[in-house]
Write a protein that binds this ligand. Structure first.
Ligand code: SAM
Length: 296
């Protein structure tokens, strides 16, 4: 049932958008002393090799972090959010090498405060990835503040809301392999806003020609507006490369994705106003490239 493996996609343009925004959100949340509970409902394997078999087969990181990082070096005024994201990824690598890519569990972990006051709850259903994730967490000696479970993230999340400290960041990042994931995401946000209206909820979604994908941000806006909470919506599209004669109309994989944030920190919009145009300039490659940034 679970055939999606994030290892094929690690470090692609969608991860660049998702993890840049995660870093920017967490930087702000970490400014306040009160303990934070972070929940990653769809965690993946946590760490990926960019020079390994999976990433090598798909080559997706070539249109993501591996294109972004060197291009930023040549830029005079790098958007702080992009510089911050790239430095987080770099911290998992030897200087000048880009062999390891941290997935959301380790991007989040990197930004949690030392001393064990913050907590990180990770859920992953794929048997191989759940095992790999548990291994990576153990290997990183992440400590007692990180918990991994091979259970359904949508359901497991409920037990942590509201958190005792009344501060939570939740990343909901399903693979959308199954059509019902779209409806689960909206139901989940609706439920979260009832349980804990002031949590920061972050949803990633693919922009693909499918009615459910198209409808998702619209539905999330309605739910969030009805709850009287602020939101921010950002998309990144790298566009399609022109087909060479004789190539036919080969599908080009995922070319765009979006992030919907409920209760965004006030610093997120200016951070993305600076970062998104640079992402498009560097990662954009043809027809349809661009970004959207809107908020309530
Ligand atoms: N959040 C990760 C990151 O940014 O590095 C990537 C996650 S990947 C897009 C989605 C993951 O969700 C897959 O590894 C898949 O096995 C897992 N998954 C699918 N359904 C799930 C569920 N109901 N609960 C928890 N994990 C699930």
């Amino acid at each position: 049932m679970y055939s999606y493996r994030h290892a094929f996609h690690a470090g692609n343009h969608a991860d660049v958008l998702k993890h840049t925004m995660l870093v920017a959100i967490l930087r702000h949340l970490a400014l306040k002393d009160t303990p934070l509970v972070a929940v990653d409902t769809h965690a993946g394997a946590g760490l990926y090799r960019l020079d390994g078999e999976y990433a090598g087969t798909s080559g997706e990181a070539q249109d993501g972090i591996l294109k972004l990082a060197p291009a930023l070096r040549a830029l005079e005024n790098v958007a702080p959010a992009l510089a911050d994201y790239v430095s987080v990824v770099a911290s998992f690598n030897k200087k000048g090498q880009w062999k390891v890519y941290p997935g959301s569990p380790f991007v989040v972990h990197e930004l949690l405060r030392e001393g064990g006051r913050d907590r990180l709850k990770l859920f992953e259903m794929h048997p191989t990835d759940a095992k790999a994730l548990a291994g990576h967490v153990a290997q990183m000696e992440a400590g007692r503040e990180v918990a991994v479970a091979r259970t359904d993230g949508f359901e497991s999340l409920k037990a942590f809301l509201p958190p005792p400290s009344r501060r939570a960041l939740v990343l909901i990042d399903p693979s959308y392999e199954i059509k019902s994931d779209y409806a689960k995401v909206t139901a989940c946000i609706q439920d979260c806003l009832k349980r804990f209206p002031t949590g920061v909820y972050v949803v990633w979604y693919p922009i693909i020609p499918r009615p459910e994908a198209h409808e998702l941000p619209r539905r999330l806006k309605t739910i969030t507006n009805n709850a009287g909470k602020p939101w921010l919506h950002a998309t990144l599209s790298i566009g399609h490369v022109a087909h060479q004669p004789g190539e036919g109309n080969q599908p080009q994989g995922l070319t765009a994705s979006g992030m919907f944030v409920v209760n965004p920190p006030h610093t997120l919009k200016p951070a993305m106003q600076a970062a998104l145009p640079q992402m498009v300039d560097i990662l954009g490659r043809g027809r349809g490239k661009g970004h959207v940034l809107e908020s309530s």
